[in-house]
Each structure stands twice: as structure tokens, then as C-alpha cells.
Write a protein that binds this ligand. Structure first.
Ligand code: FE2
Length: 327
């Protein structure tokens, strides 16, 4: 177990994997009570920023547990103490979020009984946050785990399982399509209306904003089809010299307006993906992921390039997890 400043690394508190260089995924840091009676997370972060950066770079995920963080404004201070610049969550995100305070938003307000599939935050957008903070304000009774997976591992496993598909995806790229309604649908995990998504009720302004995000809009009766892409199905993580699974192959969520998930993701030439690809990919995620059971006050820091995240359905209400995104 390592110690750095006011942090004490804990092993075995949550499920962990060992990465190639021996670092754990995720790293779990608690207050080092040998050094001080109480440890403020903000102070501990400020004093060890470059060490935390190197840990995040190597592991991809840091869970801070055991600190006295109880409110959204406490969490906002933690985010500020990191020194990371704010990435304001605004135009173009698929999930419904509400600003709570400062740089803090609700996590996706999708219905609690639904699974939110693995994704890199805003991977469909031309710019996306590089780091994500999550905070558990209200601990779930059961279910509602946030699952995390190392993206380069998923890429390698998918390449082993479906080499032809991965080669075709790399050659052609993928196109995503999603229908957005006029009004937000709170029963859907991707139910943000086009007016909320593009923050306007003017169709021309919506088109301009969509174009800036690399999206095309096809207007329909009371709705709009948003077409994203072609986009490469992978990304090269230049900081770590490896390919990552940066796509929405398993993201085809069903709702009233999007009843055929096979249409949600296609090759750029309109050819559908092989039907077994999304289910095999989900299986690989299940095998490779770490399911984190939230404890009140937990703060999770993710590198959005190295790590994909998902949310399991919530069995016992309530659960309140807040989020903040950094550039
Ligand atoms: Fe997310």
C-alpha cells in the first residue's frame, strides 16, 4: 500500500484489476489518518496534483473514499481543487442533466430501472471532456452500480473475437442515427428533446449548432432524425500509445422514438453491423468491467479516454450521483 501526502492507498476495498505495470484499476485513496486527525480532500488533492495526474494516467480511475464530502457544493470544491478546467456540459449531449451548483450536474437522469450502456462521455461530439468526476450524494440501497472498463482492453478483446468486423469498422467508420422528439421524454435514457439538446426552439439555429457538432438534422413530423458521422469506430490514445474502443456499438438504446436499435449504428455505407457484434461486445464488457458499489461521499475520477463507464439498473431507490466534466 502506498502513501502520498495525506492519501493512503487502500487495496481490496472494491473489486480491482492489476494493469500491465502493476498499478491497480481503480486506485482507491482514503485519508491518511496517521498524518492528521482529519483530512480535507480538497487540501489533499491540491498538495498532490502531479502525483494524482500520474496515477490517473497509469490507472485510468481513482476512487476517493472515506472523506467528508456530503453536499453538491463540497463536491464542487473538490472539482475546483483539482485545477482541471471546466468542460461545460451544454449543447449536444444525449442525456438529460440539470445543473446543481457551480460545475456540478446531475448524472444522467435516465429512469433508474434502465441500464445505461458503456460509453466514453460525449464520444459522438467533436470535443469531449478528458476527465470526469462523479460523486455519490445518496447511496443506493442495491443496484445502480457504476461500472468501469479499460477501453484498450475492450478494443483488443473485440479484435480477437470479431477481427473482420473491427477491420471493416476501422476502414469505413460508423454512422449513428437517433430520433429526438419535440419535448423531452423522462422515461427514456436518451430522451432529451431536440430543443433541449440544441438549446433553442428555432430549427435553423438547431441546424447550425448541430453542424458544428458534426451532426446532420432531418426534420420529421414532430421530431428530428440526428445523423452523426461517419466517425471512426476507434481512437488512438496518443498519451498511452494504444487503440481504444471509442464508439457506440452497444449504445443502441430503445425508446418510443427509437424502436430498432439495429438502425442506431451502421457502417458508413449503410450496411448494418453483424447482429452478434453488439451482444458479444456487451458480454466482453460484463467480463472485463469493475462494478463499483457507491458509498455515500465517494468521489470517482475517470480518465475519459482510458475508461468507459456505464450504469446498472437501480433496484432500491433512492440514488443520487452527481457529475462534473473537465477539459
Ligand atoms: Fe456518462
Amino acid at each position: 500500500m502506498a502513501e502520498e501526502g495525506l492519501f493512503h492507498e487502500v487495496v481490496g476495498l472494491v473489486p480491482q484489476q492489476k494493469c500491465e505495470d502493476g498499478v491497480l484499476f481503480p486506485v482507491v485513496l482514503s485519508p491518511n489518518l496517521k498524518l492528521a486527525k482529519t483530512v480535507k480532500l480538497t487540501e489533499a488533492i491540491k498538495a498532490t496534483r502531479s502525483w494524482l495526474d500520474s496515477i490517473l494516467h497509469r490507472s485510468g480511475a481513482i476512487l476517493f473514499r472515506g472523506f467528508d464530502i456530503s453536499s453538491a457544493s463540497d463536491f464542487n470544491e473538490v472539482v475546483e481543487s483539482s485545477g482541471y478546467e471546466d468542460f461545460s456540459y451544454g449543447v449536444g449531449g444525449a442525456g438529460s442533466r440539470t445543473k446543481v451548483v457551480g460545475r456540478v450536474y446531475t448524472a444522467n437522469e435516465a429512469p433508474p430501472d434502465q441500464n445505461i450502456p458503456f460509453h466514453h462521455e460525449m464520444s459522438h461530439a467533436p470535443v469531449f471532456p478528458s476527465k470526469l468526476f462523479f460523486f455519490c450524494e445518496v447511496e443506493p440501497g442495491s443496484g445502480g452500480e457504476t461500472c468501469i472498463a479499460l477501453s484498450h482492453v475492450i478494443y483488443e478483446k473485440m479484435k480477437q473475437k470479431h477481427p473482420k468486423f473491427v477491420a471493416e469498422m476501422e476502414e469505413k467508420g460508423l454512422v449513428y442515427s437517433r430520433v429526438l422528439g419535440e419535448e423531452s421524454d423522462p422515461s427514456s435514457p436518451v430522451g432529451r428533446s431536440w430543443k433541449d439538446t440544441f438549446m433553442t426552439d428555432n430549427k435553423t439555429i438547431a441546424e447550425e449548432r448541430a453542424a458544428k457538432l458534426g451532426m446532420k438534422l432531418e426534420w420529421m413530423e414532430g421530431a428530428v432524425r440526428v445523423i452523426i458521422g461517419p466517425k471512426p469506430g476507434f481512437k488512438y490514445d496518443e498519451l498511452r500509445n494504444r487503440k481504444i474502443w471509442f464508439n457506440g456499438v452497444v449504445g443502441g438504446l430503445k425508446d418510443k422514438l427509437n424502436d430498432d436499435p439495429s438502425k442506431a449504428v451502421m457502417f458508413s455505407d449503410g450496411k448494418p453491423m453483424p447482429t452478434d457484434v453488439p451482444s458479444d461486445c456487451s458480454k466482453i464488457f460484463d467480463e472485463e468491467c469493475i462494478a463499483l458499489q457507491w458509498r455515500k461521499g465517494d468521489v470517482l475520477l475517470l480518465d475519459n479516454l482510458a475508461v468507459l463507464h456505464s450504469r446498472r439498473p437501480l433496484i432500491t431507490l433512492p440514488r443520487r450521483v452527481l457529475a462534473s466534466f473537465c477539459k
